[in-house]
Design a protein around this ligand. Structure first.
Ligand code: FAD
Length: 464
């Protein structure tokens, strides 16, 4: 327990909010997106600015506490909180400043995607970001970033050009332009290992109307649909991004009426979400190969980028989660069979399989390189277990683990997506995600910036 004297010193040193265990909102402050994570940090601080973050880091070191960093709080492995740690919660740092002429956005370390999208689209610009607007920019960008603009814009981390970072000694360094290019490389996929990013600077791209929506097919056609999207992705133009989910529930207004009361109990479907950056004519031509599938609902329409970003809605905090998957070299015969089996055995709660195509610019290393090491994969396939009742933990976690194991033979590296990692992700899978060369370079950069592994509540890269 931290003494009152030390807590007073924290309050004096750091502008912002200090929430210790006696505070009425401590339980809210220590909770994160995934309700299976139940940890008690020593104290939570919500600093105002960069200097306050630096003061908080120095205070933690003087007090002998480890540090956990919280952006949007969505990490399923619960890295944003830790027992006995100082949590640096960046929620007061959500400022986004857009320079439309330079096509750049400076983004506070605790911003959410809704902050970024709102500020950038006001100028007809956007960047490839997450597909749920209430998730954090910080965790998502540092771990890669799969989103609806990645075919033309690359992964989110590829668009990071500069970052302001508070390092383990409480110093402030710049990564990228006019700073350390090695640190920028490490931040592009190396996660929260290197310090607290208080400001990101991203490159933006123009974004006009998009052609987007979902095609739904009955679950018994899911195998055919997977073959069709696998073939489409191999030839896809960069403007086309494909995500699929199953089993999924049809929206009440979509698809044929089923059941005596009409529409109350629609059977689950396999959903193919497509976003195309171009004219409706080009979009229709690009997705024509999918038209031979037995489509039961089709929501395609011309949409603005904010409308596309709203397609997924929001998932509330407080549900239980365990996610596990693999980046696949390609999606073919045995992997497709395994994915279909996993979808048909998904627990009848909200659990499903998420299938994301890696296409276009996301498959190309950006200028200056990136630590992210799995872009040669064509697909990221993950079992997403979501439930409410703790009594269901073993069944849900077992399903997600067994499902991911079932398509392991098609895995590019033996690893999944860092940003979807489960709470018990193994050090072997963390290493495999980067491969030996990238991992060694990351470990060397870690030694330079965090030799004592102060930032260790993450997919950890121990200092070389
Ligand atoms: C509902 C939902 C939808 C999602 N959709 C997508 C998606 O479309 N695309 C995608 O790629 N991923 C997606 N993800 C995964 C997402 O990328 C990760 O959950 C990510 O960790 C969320 O970032 P966060 O800042 O909210 O997380 P947090 O839990 O706050 O942070 C996770 C970790 O990231 C690091 N971190 C965060 N911010 C900073 C910072 N400023 N400086 C240093 N380290 C920091 C820290 O190590 C921290 O512990 C989704 C997750 C959820 C739950």
């Amino acid at each position: 327990m931290v003494t009152d004297t030390r807590l007073d010193a924290l309050r004096l040193a750091v502008g912002g909010e200090v929430i210790d265990p006696s505070h009425a909102s401590f339980d809210e402050a220590r909770s994160t997106f995934n309700a299976t994570i139940d940890r008690r940090p020593a104290v939570v601080v919500r600093p105002e600015g960069t200097q306050d973050v630096a003061a908080a880091v120095r205070w933690a070191r003087d007090t002998g506490l480890p540090i956990a960093v919280r952006g949007g709080g969505h990490n399923v492995a619960g890295h944003a909180t830790a027992d006995g740690a100082l949590v640096i919660d960046l929620r007061r740092q959500r400022r986004v400043v857009v320079d439309p002429a330079a096509r750049r956005a400076r983004v506070g370390g605790g911003a959410l995607w809704e902050d970024v999208d709102g500020a950038t689209t006001a100028h007809g610009l956007a960047m490839p970001g997450g597909t749920f607007v209430d998730t954090g920019v910080g965790g998502l960008a540092l771990g890669g970033g799969l989103g609806y603009l990645m075919g033309t814009g690359g992964l989110t981390c590829d668009t990071l050009v500069r970052a302001e970072v508070v390092t383990a000694d409480g110093g402030i360094v710049i990564a990228g332009e006019n700073g350390d290019p090695d640190l920028l490389w490490a931040l592009r996929g190396g996660g929260g290992n290197f310090g607290v990013v208080t400001e990101f600077e991203f490159a933006l791209q123009p974004v006009g109307p998009l052609y987007a929506g979902e095609l739904s097919v009955p679950m018994d056609a899911a195998g055919r649909a997977l073959e069709a999207i696998a073939s489409l992705a191999r030839e896809a133009p960069p403007e086309l991004v494909i995500f699929a989910t199953g089993p999924a529930v049809l929206e009440p207004e979509a698809g044929p009426e089923v059941g005596a009361e009409g529409g109350a109990a629609k059977p689950p479907v396999f959903n193919i979400a497509i976003v195309f950056q171009g004219s409706p004519e080009d979009a229709r031509a690009a997705i024509q190969p999918l038209r031979s599938l037995p489509i039961v609902a089709d929501t395609f329409a011309v949409m603005s980028y904010p409308e596309v970003q709203a397609m997924n809605g929001q998932l509330p905090f407080g549900l239980r989660h365990y996610w596990k998957g693999h980046f696949l070299r390609d999606m073919e015969g045995p992997a497709i069979d395994a994915i279909v089996r996993a979808m048909t055995t998904a627990p009848e709660t909200n659990s499903f399989i998420l299938i994301e195509a890696i296409t276009g610019a996301a498959r190309r290393e950006p200028a200056g390189g990136a630590a992210f090491g799995q872009r040669e994969a064509r697909w990221n396939v993950s079992a997403i277990a979501i439930w409410e009742d703790p009594a269901d933990d073993a069944r849900q976690i077992g399903w997600a683990r067994d499902s991911a194991d079932a398509w392991r033979s098609a895995s590019l590296t033996g690893a999944g997506y860092a940003n979807y990692a489960p709470v018990d992700e193994s050090p072997d899978r963390v290493r495999a995600a980067y491969g030996p060369e990238r991992f060694a370079r990351l470990a060397a950069i870690k030694r330079r910036y965090d030799p004592d592994n102060v930032f260790r509540f993450n997919l950890n890269i121990p200092p070389a």
